[in-house]
Design a protein around this ligand. Sequence first.
Ligand SMILES: O=c1ccn([C@H]2C[C@H](O)[C@@H](COP(=O)(O)OP(=O)(O)OP(=O)(O)O)O2)c(=O)[nH]1
Ligand SMILES: [Mg+2]
Length: 178
Amino acid sequence: MARGFEIVSKYADQGLHLPYRTTKQAAGYDFEAATDFTLPSIWKLNFVKILWQLRHGETSSEADLDAAAKTLKPYLVPTGIKAYMNDGEYLMIANRSSNPLKRGLILPNGVGVIDADYYDNPNNEGEIFIQLVNLGIRDVHIKKGERLGQGIFTPYLTADNEAQVTTTRTGGFGSSGK
Ligand SMILES: O=c1ccn([C@H]2C[C@H](O)[C@@H](COP(=O)(O)OP(=O)(O)OP(=O)(O)O)O2)c(=O)[nH]1
Ligand SMILES: [Mg+2]
């Protein structure tokens, strides 16, 4: 068992595909969406409203700011996939280069880093999520099975003289604190 992908148990029987490479020398394993969903355009009225208020020197209410912040939140696309790998490796999640060109979709975190100890964590079993933001004018409707991102197994190095790390991962997305 060196490295690979598995389907998260709650998605068993849903006909998901494990990530796959589309050409002989492709570095990335393409990940498909596990469900249908809609990525709302960020240019929604909520957001435009506070821009208008800013432009006109008006102070936005907390309610308006909250509504705008909601509009700008990245969507966490469920993949139904977990990845296992050797010590000293992580899985890098990168956007597909066609996503911004064809659909205005960006990865707001630049790249996603899937740690080896995220696998089978007690919180969500290690399900990988792809963060996406729709910069386009129109909402984007994604169908289950559409390829949205790619995962690249990557080795990493550690620093000399680092303090011993003993904590084990219990989840993701801020689970290790602020
Ligand atoms: O695009 C991503 C990025 C991260 N993760 C999961 C796997 C990763 O192992 C975990 C933590 O990621 P990271 O360390 O980058 O985020 P953090 O904000 O530091 O969270 P934590 O405090 O849980 O480490 O979240 C994803 O599913 N998708
Ligand atoms: Mg972290």
